[in-house]
Ligand binder design. Structure first.
Ligand SMILES: C[S@@+](CC[C@H](N)C(=O)[O-])C[C@H]1O[C@@H](n2cnc3c(N)ncnc32)[C@H](O)[C@@H]1O
Length: 265
């Protein structure tokens, strides 16, 4: 049983043998982009280990999520990045250095977290850190840009801001962290009896017909070194055609109605 689980995990992290001189398949980043992503990702300090159950690091130290994010930013031609809930700024530090030509906005309601992240990122002129409620920041960023990439990761407080964040998305591709993808290797959040899963999307005032989740069996071009907690992620678009997500090699498409029929709240 344990070996079967290991084989499954290994399949999802196996490096496909490159064919020298061949072009990368459509939708997959160039070798230069991949090298840059890996270098910046694994050179980012994991300050979040202070409290985060995954030990901290960009995107929960899951390089698959960084690859998904890169394909999204590239395919949609995103003109801004917004992160909700910076904590100690591990993901902010990665995004700021990986995408120095894009404005990166992040916020936290905890004054110590926003102050720490602002100090940590003081050398990155493309970063704006604010102490505020995430839906307010997200609405402002969406209003000021045409194609925002939003990383939704604000939680822990008494109020769960994610439902309100989903309502203000506009002209955006959102990657929701800690989402129930229905796979035992990937964890997700629950707040006030509600799961961070498809039923939450169905309760949006304008639910997407389809959403996309990380594909646990996707071949990664580099190994995922997160041997602890991996979080499920879901991606939706608001006010943008989701077609580029069908070509993202690390995602799988799901029909929202079908997913909700089989899911508890
Ligand atoms: C899981 S941590 C974020 C980790 C961070 N994104 C990273 O990748 O390292 C969640 C953060 O969300 C913040 N938070 C909770 N509710 C919030 C809200 N309504 N608006 C902004 N931040 C919030 C918490 O204070 C906490 O620092």
């Amino acid at each position: 049983m344990a070996l079967a689980r290991y084989a499954n995990e290994l399949r999802s992290t196996t490096v496909p043998l490159p064919v020298l001189g061949s072009e990368p398949p459509h939708g997959v980043m160039s070798p230069e982009d991949l090298d840059r992503t890996v270098a910046v990702f694994y050179r980012t300090w994991r300050a979040g280990t202070l409290r985060l159950s995954d030990g901290g690091g960009p995107f929960g130290f899951d390089i698959a999520v960084a690859l998904i994010a890169h394909e999204i930013i590239d395919a949609f031609g995103c003109d801004a990045i917004a992160e909700t809930g910076c904590f100690t700024g591990d993901t902010t530090a990665y995004l700021a250095r990986r995408y120095p030509d894009l404005p990166v906005y992040t916020c936290d309601t905890d004054p110590e977290c926003s102050a720490f992240t602002a100090r940590r990122l003081a050398g990155c002129p493309n970063v704006t850190v604010s102490r505020e409620n995430s839906p307010a920041m997200l609405a402002r960023v969406c209003a000021g840009h045409r194609r925002t990439f939003a990383f939704l990761d604000a939680h822990w407080g008494r109020a769960w801001p994610l439902p309100a964040e989903l309502e203000v998305l506009d002209g955006a591709v959102a990657l929701i962290h800690d989402f129930d993808i229905g796979h035992q290797r990937f964890s997700y959040d629950r707040y006030g009896g509600r799961s961070c899963g498809p039923a939450l999307l169905a309760r949006m005032s304008h639910p997407p017909a389809r959403y996309f989740t990380v594909n646990p069996l996707a071949s990664l071009p580099v190994p995922c070194l997160q041997t602890g907690r991996r979080a499920g992620v879901a991606v939706i678009t608001a006010g943008l055609d989701p077609a580029p997500l069908d070509r993202n090699p690390y995602l799988q498409a799901r029909v929202l109605g079908a997913a909700c029929a089989g899911a508890a709240s």
